[in-house]
Design a protein around this ligand. Structure first.
Ligand code: ZN
Ligand code: ZN
Length: 366
């Protein structure tokens, strides 16, 4: 006899009510409320359930400052069952990080920073000799299930005088390894048009809703043609909220322009978790509810959309026979003040709050 757990009276994001029976970590039944076998279980009335949230952009190496944090602190304790570290490590440290990540309850993947030093410094692409392509390619070969892409932070404070050259080298590494790029965008130079033209289908633009001068929208609020072209050819758009990269004004313009919502990620690390404006995945998701996206669209952006980009569809959906990988959350009625990276505030009248995750065969409360 293995262990059995029944989570009762949960609501799916489409409104349907269910009991979910889990045996030895596997979902064995999804039934209407009250119809699960057995007497035991947990009453989850008032809670929603989705497949486990996936955060595509975080900083999960604790000893890095400012861009670092504890894995489970930004993972399972915040409703996130799988996260992708966005380039904290380059080839020098990715092996150490991989070993550390295995100790966490949260599932971890990584973008390999194209700079071998990763975020040991915040100008990691300012010297081209730090971009060691053979060493990076070796790391990709050594950790094929862990490294899901290559990270290049292409903005002024990171590249300094290197201009667009680091992105060209990233492109070459992408061709050599077959891995897509995640490109951080921000202040110029390089100009955003130069960045956009180098991006290919499957690549990710993170911080696409940033409100800086070199962003993806004209001052009248219409999207740059380069953004529309990139989206049309299959470049993936990722939020990457962060301390400085999410603007309500830009997000409203993106919605009005019909730019599709692909993935919502936090770019969370200790500083913006403790002091805002990120705080948690729940808060970032709430911002998108507040923008007028419905609950299904918002949750899709941290479940199936992210799993699809990762090529790991098994991480999304709730099906019998599958590993139970679930996030339990509430949508509470009440006012919540939400601040963006520009200091602008919106007031939400409903907010999302992660309450727990079911992963690795047990329930962890948030
Ligand atoms: Zn960034
Ligand atoms: Zn980041």
């Amino acid at each position: 006899m293995g262990t059995e757990n029944v989570l009762r009276n949960l609501q799916l994001v489409d409104g349907q009510m269910v009991d979910i029976t889990i045996r030895d970590g596997i979902i064995t039944a999804i039934t209407p409320p009250g119809q699960a076998e057995g007497e035991t279980g947990q009453d989850c009335s008032g809670l929603y359930v989705s497949s486990g949230w996936i955060d595509l952009h975080v900083h999960a190496v604790p000893d890095f400052d400012p861009y670092g944090d504890e894995i489970d602190e930004i993972g399972v304790k915040r409703g996130v069952t799988a996260l992708v570290d966005a380039g904290s490590c380059g080839a020098d440290r990715i092996g150490l990080f991989y070993k550390e990540s295995l100790k966490a309850a949260t599932q971890v993947f990584a973008f390999l920073n194209i700079s071998r030093i990763g975020l040991e410094r915040t100008d990691e692409l300012s010297r081209l000799e730090w971009i060691d392509l053979p060493k990076a390619a070796e790391a990709v070969q050594a950790y094929p299930d862990f490294i899901v892409g290559l990270k290049a932070r292409i903005s002024q404070s990171v590249v300094k005088d290197s201009g667009i050259q680091p992105l060209k080298l990233a492109r070459r590494l992408s061709e050599d390894t077959g891995l897509p790029l995640m490109v951080h965008i921000g202040s110029a130079p390089p100009a955003i048009s130069e960045v956009l033209e180098l991006l290919q289908p499957g690549d990710v633009i993170t911080h696409y809703l940033n409100g800086k001068a070199n962003n993806l929208f004209h001052t009248d609020g219409t999207p740059l043609q380069g953004l529309l072209d990139a989206a049309a050819r299959g470049v993936h758009l990722d939020v990457g909220h962060g301390t400085a990269s999410f603007s309500f004004r830009i997000a409203e313009q993106a919605k009005k322009s019909g730019i599709a919502l692909n993935t919502i990620s936090t770019d969370i690390y200790r500083g913006n978790r403790l002091n805002g404006p990120v705080y948690s995945m729940s808060d970032v998701l709430t911002k998108f509810l507040c923008l007028g996206y419905n609950l299904e669209e918002v949750i899709r952006a941290v479940t199936s959309n992210a799993a699809e980009w990762l090529g790991k569809k098994e991480l999304a959906g709730i099906r019998v026979g599958q590993q139970a990988n679930l996030t339990l959350f509430a949508v509470e009625a009440g006012e919540k003040r939400l601040r963006d990276s520009e200091g602008e505030v919106r007031v939400a009248h409903h907010y999302i709050e992660a309450k727990g995750v079911y992963t690795n065969g047990s329930l962890i409360t948030c």
